[in-house]
Design a protein around this ligand. Sequence first.
Ligand code: ADP
Ligand code: MG
Length: 657
Amino acid sequence: MKEYGQDIEQRLHETLAKYWGYNAFRPGQDAIIHSVMAGRDTLALMPTGGGKSLTYQVPTLARDGLCIVITPLIALMKDQVDRLRQMGVSATAIHSGMSYTQIDIALDNCVYGDMKFLYVAPERLATEAFRLRVQRMKVTLLAVDEAHCISQWGYDFRPPYLRIAELRRLLPDVPILALTASATQLVSNDIMKHLGFKQPNILRSSFSRPNLSYSVRHTDDKDEQLLRVIRNVEGCGIVYVRSREGCEQLTEKLLQNGIKASYYHAGLPHAERSIRQDEWASSKVRIMVATNAFGMGIDKADVRFVVHYAMCDSLENYYQEAGRAGRDGKRSYALLLVASNDDQRISKRFESEFPPLDEVKSIYEKICSYLQVAIGDGLYNSLVFNMQEFCQREHIYMGKVRSALKLLSQNGYMTLIEEMDNPAKILFTVSRDDLYKIRIDRQDLDHIIRTLLRRYNGIFTEFKAIDEREISALTGYTVEKVKELLKRMWQMRIIRYIPANTSPMIFFDEERLPTKDIYISPDTYLHRKRLISERFNSMIEYAENETECRSVLLQRHFGDTQAQPCGICDICLAERRRLKEENKSKSTSNNSADNVTTTNSSISNNILSLIKSRNISAREVMREVSCEPHLVAKIIDELKAQGKISLSNEGKLVINE
Ligand code: ADP
Ligand code: MG
């Protein structure tokens, strides 16, 4: 902080208060923001929900210039842009769901307008329109969200991320902030290499959740265990199950037991999903039974428990889902239920989700036919892909299609884009000549037809994406009126009209090739197979662990080798009970003062190793060491008095050499 001065420090806090109404940065955010303000390339590792967005938003708002944010998920992108706009901040996005005109307007606004944030989907970075204009923008920061997607070593590798390197070359002096919630050492190094970090610089936030009690229950009656939790723990909860049918059945069962429950999965219509989510968020419904589709945008702070009916595909996913409990800092529970035949089921799932190469190619062919894309066609097209319908028609398991698509995307053929906003589309079904012959005696219809013909070329031969708002501006009619007129024309069979909708799409990174020419490199194939099995294994290891603190195991998984036992998971509690028993039998024969000194010295060792591991304040130590805070405070004072540790200018504890 001494490097940047008091005024900058103050400006950052004012920005935080002005736009968000928050009064303090969270642990970890501080360090990242200062690193960014100092112009250093920074890789920040922070758990999901930890508050990564703020680390590029606050510095950008606290000074002049534009921040370019690269992020892969369109839904999240739009969510961020909406939030910023609601706060009165100018923000825009470019992604594959937009027309070229829309993209042009957005880019121009960034060159000439007073834009603060430009969100870009990685596959849009390569376009000429973008590259030409980005150099004329006043960019002060390049933020890369989900930065692990750039690494071939990672499960989520997305080839378009590699294009960020080119962008970096266009903007050599702009510092980069890479953000991720999951990265091994290998992946971290890969991120810094591909993004051309001037100097390695990793800032890792803690993945510990001191108020979350993890436990695993082995049982063949999961329902009974669940009911027990629901009866014993007050407040709202989430129960994660694997299948949609499972959701519905379990909810039925809970309702029969007089528990207010509801379910949520991707098979429900959009509106229905958001109603259900709201009812649960406002605590009208106590338990949400859901598939992993339930997650985005859950901001409920007082979730008291998350129960998993089945293992996740990875420990990362488990950590993230379980972590939705206890955001308010109060004691909460994360319970995983395991039945004796679960690992057999998991290995079956693995087999069915990982298709042989020939099957990957045949899925490619089937998808192309389903989308009616001919060989040689399709380049850079995004087409609506109804995965559910496709799987039913072709009798293929959805997990398998997803896995095949992942391989196809990693080899640069096609990319599945989930949850896209698709613009409305129209096609004239009568020829231009016939159109002139039809007597249109309504002036408004005549006016809109002329406008459409002027504005959209080729509208007689293929479906064209249209923008109802743009047409509204051009015609002077309201958007509602435009929609009504389009419907009228559709009824008159002048046009075919597909209203705007949301659905997954497939983006063709490459034209459709003859299936024999599809090449999936054996490296990526085998590597992917190994990654998936490692991911499953980490989950199984967590479930089968009977000796190590669950929080320690999780934190080690995220690269923290210095984590301390949490004191509240099922393993730590069992250990504590065991020690109590032991002490009880000892204390009858022994002097108990001895025990106190041994525990004190083990606490002080814990404290010392925490301080050694990172920059930490006394308050944070008290939070992380799992015993009475006043005792920890006393021991910290003793260590200071003994000259073993001291307080730095930044208020952190340091070891005296
Ligand atoms: P991530 O990207 O790390 O998953 P987000 O940036 O989406 O996390 O932030 C998660 C939530 O935490 C958001 O609702 C955000 O407003 C909130 N948040 C972030 N920083 C703070 C802070 N300093 N104080 C209070 N809430 C915060
Ligand atoms: Mg985020």
